[in-house]
Design a protein around this ligand. Structure first.
Ligand code: AMP
Ligand code: ZN
Length: 462
C-alpha cells in the first residue's frame, strides 16, 4: 500500500518513494545534551517513533540515525553567544564532557521509558570532527566559505535556492537574526561552519583545523553525519518545526554545495508541545518540564504521555496540562483493562480492519484515526480472540505496551525496590534532589512508580 507524508520541502503530501527499494534511511536531529530533554522535545521524538514504526509496519527495513549534539550549539542560534555545553558545565560545576555523558544517558532513559525504538546508529558531534572539517574543506575548495574574525562562514548568496525549505523571502529569514550580530557577515543569513576559540580564554572542547583552533558550527554535524552514516540513503530527515528556517535550511545549503547532489528527499517536521496558552515549551524558559517532573513525580506512567501524543496529529500543536495527562493515563489504563478481559486466546486480524488501519497510518501518520479504529474494533461484534489479535497488531505501531499485565496498587514490594525507596527517603531528608531523582528512575526501571505526597513517598507498580 502507498505511504504518504507531508513533505515540508514541497508543502504537500507526497507518496514515499525510497531511494533503495524496500529500505528507508531516516535521520532525526538529536538533543543538545546540556540539560534534560523536556516533554516538548520528547513529543518530537515520539512523532519520529511513530514514523519509524509505520515504515516498519509497511515492511521497510529502516536505518535510523540520531546525532547527539555535544559541542557547538550556541545560546543564540545565529552563531553567537555561549556554547550551551560550556554553559551547562558552569551551571553544574562539572566538565562539558561530564555534562554531555550525564545528559546523554538521561536522554536514552527517557526514550526507553516512552517505548521509543532506539536508533540503529547513535553518533556524537565530538566523535565526528574530522568528517566535519573535511566537509568545510570541500566547501572552501568550491568557494562557498569566507573568513571573519570569529570563524569561517557559509556565503548563502552563493546558494541560489537557500530558501527552498522555508519558502520564505530572504528578508523574512533575516528577521530571525538575534541582536548579537557578527558585523563581518556578508549576508544576514550566512552561518558559521567553523568557529575560532576566543583568544582570551580556553574552551573545554576545541580542535585544531586548517583554519585555526576552534569548533564546528552547529549545523555542520548533521550534514557530516547523515552523509557518513546514511550515504546514498538520504530518504527522510526530521525534527521539530523550529528547525525549518535555520538549522535544516543551513544543512541543505552546505550539504548540497559540498556534494553537488540532492540532500534528503523528504523533510518531516513535528509541531510543538505548548504550555500555558500557546507558549512553546523551551529549555531556555522556566516553563520546562522533564519527564521526571511532568510524569514520574506525579505517579503518571510515561506511556500515558505516549497515549496523549497519539491523540493529536503530529503537525498540530499539542497543549500540555496536568489534567490532560491524568485523563490520558486513565484512558490508557482503561484500554488495558478492556483488553485484559479478552482472555488469551489466539485470533486473527480481519483483512478489512488491517487495511483501514494501514490507510490511517499511511496517510501522513494519522494516529488519532488509527486509535479511533481500535476503539471501534473493541465495540464491534468480532470475537474476543480477534479483537485481541487486532490490538496486538496495532500496538506494533502504537507502542503502548497494551498487554503489559495489570497489577494492583500497593502490591508487595520486592526487597531491592524497598532498599531503593529507603535510600531515596534518606536522599530527600538530606535535600539531595538530584540523587532522589536518579533513584526514582532506578525504581521506575525496576517496575515501580514513586509519588511524593504530603505523607511522603508512595509507590505503585507500573
Ligand atoms: P534541542 O535539544 O533543543 O536541539 O531539541 C531537540 C528536538 O526537540 C528538536 O527536534 C526540536 O525541534 C524539538 N523541540 C524543541 N522544543 C519543542 C517543543 N516545545 N515541542 C516539540 N518539539 C520541540
Ligand atoms: Zn540536526
Amino acid at each position: 500500500m502507498d505511504l504518504y507524508f507531508y513533505n515540508t520541502l514541497h508543502k504537500a503530501k507526497e507518496k514515499f518513494e525510497p531511494i533503495v527499494p524496500g529500505q528507508a534511511g531516516v535521520y532525526t536531529c538529536g538533543p543538545t545534551v546540556y540539560n534534560f530533554a523536556h516533554i516538548g522535545n520528547l513529543r518530537t521524538y515520539l512523532f519520529e517513533d511513530f514514523l519509524v514504526r509505520t515504515l516498519a509496519y509497511n515492511g521497510y527495513q529502516v536505518k535510523r540515525v540520531m546525532n547527539i549534539t555535544d559541542v557547538g550549539h550556541l545560546s543564540g542560534d545565529m552563531d553567537m553567544g555561549e556554547d550551551k555545553m560550556e554553559q551547562g558545565a558552569t551551571r553544574e560545576g562539572r566538565t562539558a564532557w561530564e555534562i554531555a555523558a550525564y545528559y546523554t544517558d538521561a536522554f536514552r532513559e527517557d526514550l526507553q521509558a516512552l517505548n521509543i525504538v532506539a536508533p540503529d546508529i547513535w553518533c556524537k558531534a565530538t566523535d565526528n570532527i574530522a568528517e566535519q572539517i573535511a566537509l568545510v574543506k570541500s566547501l572552501e575548495e568550491k568557494g562557498f566559505v569566507y573568513r571573519t574574525a570569529d570563524g569561517l562562514y557559509f556565503d548563502t548568496s552563493k546558494f541560489p535556492e537557500y530558501n527552498r525549505l522555508s519558502h520564505l523571502p530572504l528578508e523574512e529569514l533575516k528577521e530571525g537574526a538575534r541582536i548579537e550580530k557578527n558585523l563581518d557577515k556578508k549576508n544576514p543569513t550566512d552561518f558559521a561552519v567553523w568557529k575560532f576559540s576566543p583568544a582570551a580564554s580556553k574552551r573545554q572542547m576545541e580542535w585544531d583545523s586548517p583554519w585555526g583552533i576552534g569548533f564546528p558550527g552547529w549545523h555542520l554535524e548533521c550534514s557530516a553525519m547523515s552523509l557518513k552514516y546514511l550515504g546514498k540513503q538520504l530518504d527522510i530527515h526530521c525534527g521539530g518545526i523550529d528547525h525549518i528556517n535555520v538549522h535544516h535550511t543551513n544543512e541543505i545549503a552546505q550539504s548540497e554545495a559540498a556534494t553537488g547532489e540532492k540532500f534528503f528527499n523528504y523533510w518531516l517536521h513535528g509541531a510543538f508541545l505548548n504550555i500555558a496558552g500557546g507558549k512553546k515549551m523551551a529549555k531556555s524558559e522556566d516553563n520546562f518540564l522533564t519527564l521526571d517532573r511532568a510524569l514520574l513525580s506525579k505517579g503518571i506512567d510515561p506511556l500515558a504521555y505516549r497515549f496523549a501524543a497519539l491523540q493529536v496529529h503530529y503537525r498540530k500543536p499539542m497543549e500540555y496540562s496536568e489534567d490532560s495527562l491524568r485523563q490520558a493515563e486513565q484512558g490508557w489504563q482503561s484500554l488495558r483493562r478492556q483488553l485484559a478481559l479478552l482472555g488469551d486466546g489466539f485470533g486473527r486480524v480481519d483483512d478489512a480492519v488491517r487495511l483501514e488501519f494501514q490507510q490511517a497510518i499511511n496517510d501522513d501518520l494519522n494516529m488519532p484515526q488509527a486509535l479511533a479504529l481500535l476503539f471501534k474494533v473493541l465495540k464491534s461484534d468480532l470475537s474476543a480472540e480477534d479483537k485481541r489479535a487486532t490490538a496486538q497488531d496495532f500496538d506494533k505501531v502504537f507502542g503502548l505496551d497494551l498487554f503489559r499485565p495489570l497489577t494492583e496498587q500497593n502490591v508487595d514490594i520486592p526487597e531491592n525496590v524497598a532498599a531503593l525507596l529507603s535510600e531515596r527517603q534518606q536522599a530527600r531528608t538530606a535535600k539531595d534532589w538530584l540523587k532522589s531523582d536518579i533513584l526514582r528512575q532506578a525504581i521506575y526501571e525496576a517496575g515501580y512508580l514513586v509519588e511524593d505526597g504530603p505523607e511522603g513517598q508512595s509507590v505503585k507498580s507500573r
